[in-house]
Design a protein around this ligand. Structure first.
Ligand SMILES: [Zn+2]
Length: 359
């Protein structure tokens, strides 16, 4: 399977300037080409190349390889959403292939900039060193919070999946991002607080409606996403490590088709979280594969309303969001843990289908 490594660059101040200048020029060229793509209504690389290639070379003095990259970046962005002209941030990523980037051993990389090729020190962790020889083709140059990274895709062998004795059920929620069937909760720390603050700020900025307000808003959104992604990585890692350490597979709710069943109001509430949920699920599935932990998806219906003691399914078993109390037998406990337990039990009794097959 493929894994993305983030390799940190340690450029000199001069190299930093060269890299930033290259990114800025690259992305202005992208915005220029985006205009043409949108005007001509074309996401076709060959067609775009015919129209803009010489213009890009001339106006932006970009090397040939980069001009080609500009065109493909724009074509891909426009293809994703043809309703609007794509806009590129001044420090958006540049894709480098082997012709313009080469690894010099384990401690340096040579990379093309507008000031020629720069040989820049890199620092690799042991984990990264072991995988660097598996790098496939291209790398994305990324600038984030004042640091440059190369995001590279490496291929790592997949271990054979273990034969689980049992299942660790995982319920995904909003207050606790995840709860497992052992009763452990995985919270997002101050993620929800950050979201609330962000919602307030968004209202204020949207009311303002100025260009700088919009820019600030975008920046905040990116920051929030990065933070949420980091939280999700850590939660997925802990869950997979726990399942592996206890010889269990992971059971999740199969949320395909659930959208038709939920009400509009719920759907709206869910939107802002659905992206994060989807990401957490995919991180869990991905890390599980990496460690040979099987993942199964179970039918999500009534997992939070079913009594694990007597089997009674009743809406009233959930007197509050956080608590479960069976109206039949009186069995009570934290709602999330009970839902996670139901998920684990379903995985054990059902004919499970592996997550990887249905994706
Ligand atoms: Zn009961």
């Amino acid at each position: 399977m493929n894994l993305t490594l983030m390799v940190k660059l340690h450029p000199t101040p001069e190299q930093t300037t060269a890299l930033l200048e290259t990114m800025e020029r690259f992305n202005s060229a992208c915005n220029f080409v985006a205009e043409t793509a949108f005007r001509e209504r074309t996401a076709n690389k060959i067609r775009l190349q015919k129209i803009v290639y010489y213009d890009i070379r001339e106006r932006f003095s970009l090397p040939a390889q980069m001009a080609v990259r500009v065109i493909s970046k724009v074509a891909e962005a426009y293809k994703r959403d043809k309703s609007k002209q794509p806009v590129f941030r001044e420090h958006g990523a540049i894709v480098y292939d082997q012709r313009v980037l080469s690894w010099k051993g384990l401690d340096r990389v040579s990379i093309l900039t507008l000031r020629g090729r720069q040989v820049i020190p890199i620092v690799l962790g042991g984990y990264q060193k072991a995988r660097l020889d598996r790098i496939r083709g291209q790398a994305d140059l990324i600038y984030r919070d004042g640091t440059f990274y190369l995001a590279v895709v490496v291929e790592v062998p997949e271990p054979p999946p273990l034969q689980p004795d049992d299942w660790l059920g995982v319920d995904l929620g909003i207050v606790n991002i995840a709860t497992d069937s052992d009763g452990d909760t995985y919270s997002g720390g101050h993620l929800n607080g950050l979201r609330k603050r962000h919602t307030k700020l968004r209202r204020r900025l949207q009311a303002k409606g100025t260009k700088s307000a919009r820019r600030l808003l975008k920046k905040r959104r990116r920051k929030e996403r990065r933070f949420a992604a980091d939280v999700n990585h850590r939660i997925a890692k802990r869950l997979v490590a726990k399942a592996q350490g206890t010889g269990r597979g992971i059971a999740l709710e199969d949320l395909k088709g659930i959208r038709e069943r939920i009400t509009v109001q719920k759907a709206q509430r869910r939107t802002q979280h659905s992206w994060a949920f989807h990401q957490l699920r995919s991180f869990i599935e991905y890390k599980a594969r990496l460690f040979g932990v099987p993942v199964v998806l179970v039918d999500p219906r009534n997992t939070s309303r079913t009594c694990p003691a007597c089997g009674l399914v009743d809406k009233r078993n959930r007197p509050t969001q956080a608590s479960f109390q069976c109206v039949g037998c009186g069995f009570a406990g934290p709602a999330d843990t009970i839902a996670a337990g139901n998920i684990a039990r379903r995985a054990a009794v059902n004919q499970p289908h592996a997550a990887g097959d249905s994706a």
